[in-house]
Design a binder for this molecule. Sequence first.
Ligand code: PEP
Ligand code: MG
Length: 568
Amino acid sequence: MAESDTQPDTQPETRHGIGVSPGTAYGPVVQVAPPVRPPADEKAVDDEEAALADVRAAFESVAVSLEERATRVDDTAQQILKATALIARDKGLVKAAAKELAAGHGRAHSIENAVETYAAQFEALGGYFAERVADLRDVGSRAVAAVLGVPAPGVPPFSEPSVIVAEDLAPAETATLDRRLVVGIITEAGGRTSHTAILAAQMGIPAVVQLAGATEIAPGTPVALDGDTGEVTIAPDMELVTAQRERAARRAEALGRLSGPGRTSDGAEVALLANIGGVEDAVAAGAQDLEGVGLFRTEFVYLSAAKAPTVEEQTEIYRGVFAPFEGRRVVVRTLDAGADKPLKFADLGPEENPALGRRGLRLSAERPDLLDAQLEALAIAARETGADVRVMAPMVATAEEAAWFARRVRENGLPKAGVMIEVPGAALRAHHVLGEVDFGSLGTNDLAQYTMAADRMQGALSDLLDPWQPAVLDVVGLACDGAARVNRPIGVCGESAGDPLLALVLVGLGVSSLSMAPSKVPVVRLALSLHSVAECQAIAVAARSARTAVDALTAVREAARTELTDLL
Ligand code: PEP
Ligand code: MG
């Protein structure tokens, strides 16, 4: 926004949330509009034919606007928006609305009732269909808004660089944001490891979650946010904005002085790697100063796919991901479908507790055809490109599972097999589990969820999910000990790898690679360069000796060098 617009009438007010994507941002607030409901006093229609034409036009305008948005976003986002547009074009929805009109309901109520009839059917079908109910209701709410002539729910159109504020954003909503215009994201709910936070960091958009009262900030109010500290100032004065910008510039300058592979101050190598979700991320990360990819979440590519992708289709995507990393490592995770990341073509039906159900490798065991097709495509793409491709399985719990996976990987001609260590059972028995494979990668997001029995999707549980919880650090430490016993490398690809202070703890516990959103690499590189392995080990002991998560963080902050903590 222009500097002349920035002298607000209101007093500046600073609040704190959780910073989940680094960087600072300043801009006017765009509030994501809540769903639109039909008015309670809506009149019945007198001309049924005209009303049906309006309803049809409303659904069509929703489809057209979704398709129009799809032209302005990347591949993954396009798929999501096009799939939602298809729901809006479903003839059955218009037919169901026609029945409601014939029964004497008004236009908006007819749309809502038709959508709810469909939603009930989707919910009864369970699995993938049940997961699409949110998209269906979104289409319904947009059609209601269109027929009432009021602004659509969701992100309203805006043309100047702005900060998006919402109660929470669905992963699909985050993925479809226009990167050029969204300078920051603030949510009232959400958590450190919710997929919205992960996507924001991957997209390089500074973000703060868990900001109390965020949805009450008036649209257009200027805000300044710091995605490192979680600090948000509403209606800041220009002095504060300038100070924040200067701090960001100093930080960027300090971080820019260092480059190259990750090393501790005494020269121990700790590979700095990127977490990516598709070809576009790979191209962006490939151009950056990092050593490869430590986690390619392949399921992100297929979130909206209706049918299982063929070997050829997959090969093309994997080629695109590997090409920017010639001579560098790319760790590919096989489909981690299920729970919060359902895939239509890999659905085993409804479950009471999907996070504890047949997800990740458990799903692959029931659908080995999907796993084999993926491994075949990966092997072809790996042969055709010069990347050092390694494949790992999600949600491994036992040594038998690890052995089963490794055999299949090798049968498909891929040289290196690994497993995610994200189930506490696998962490406790890491010596047996990792003995079956070539490497391990700690998924601290799920490891925290399962160690603390706290749903990672629930922002209200973020204190329990805090990766500084000493119990989680203990489990990570035990997994590293197990890896050392069988002489296998172990890294971290959960969000904690991108926290510069936690990175020191993790290195002290024995990890040899850290994989994170590319925007977090420079500060982690700096943190490592300022501390020796022995210092990291002492820092890890201090963290594990703490009684609480807050004490662990405080102890590490005090023990770390001020050249680092002054920048945080
Ligand atoms: C994790 O669980 O830490 C992880 C890296 O995988 P995801 O966040 O995709 O579950
Ligand atoms: Mg996981």
